[in-house]
Ligand binder design. Sequence first.
Ligand SMILES: [Zn+2]
Ligand SMILES: [Zn+2]
Length: 196
Amino acid sequence: MTDQFDPDLRDVVQFHGHLCTGLTLGYRVAKIALKELNAERPHDEELVAVVENDSCAVDAIQFITGATFGKGNLIFRDYGKHVYTFYNRRTGRGVRISENYRGFENDSRFPELRKRQEAGEDVSRELEEFKMEKTAAILRADDKEFLTIEPASLPIPSPARIRASVRCAMCGERFMESRAKVAGGKSVCIPCFEKM
Ligand SMILES: [Zn+2]
Ligand SMILES: [Zn+2]
C-alpha cells in the first residue's frame, strides 16, 4: 500500500507516528484547504485553522498547513466534530470543510468486531485490516464524495494577543493572568487551585 503515497503523506505519517484513518482524513482536508484558499506557501502565519476535535486528523492539518498551537493560528474548539474551518488572513477568505463519509456507514464489520472484542476475543488483526481498508478508501475518494466544502460562516478569529503573566502565590511559577484563580484572597494557578 505504501507505494501509492505521495511524498507529503509519507512525511505526515512520519510526523504522526502511524498511518490511520484520522490522519488520512486530516491530510485530505488540509490539501483541499490550501487549494481553496490559494495558500500554497503553507508556513505563512496568514493561514488560520479552527479544528473542532483533537484527533489524529489535527496532526496532518498542522503538518500540511503550518497552523500550529505555538503560533496561535491553530484554534481548538472541543465539539468532537470532524469539522475544519480555514481562513486566509491576506484575502479574508474562509472555507469550512466537514467530513461526510458514508462509505462504511452500513458496514456491519466494525460493530461486530467491537462486540467480539468486548467478549474478550483478540480481533486486533481484523480491526487493523478494517481500518486500513477505510484509510485506503478515504485516500481514493473524490473530494465531494466524503467532504462538504462551503464558505466559512463565521468571521476570522482575532489574532493571538500578548497577555500579561503573573506569579502564582503558591508554587511561585509564572502563568497567564487570564487563567488566575483566587483562593483565600490570593491569585494562584489552576493546578495549585485544584490541589486545594
Ligand atoms: Zn493516528
Ligand atoms: Zn501554582
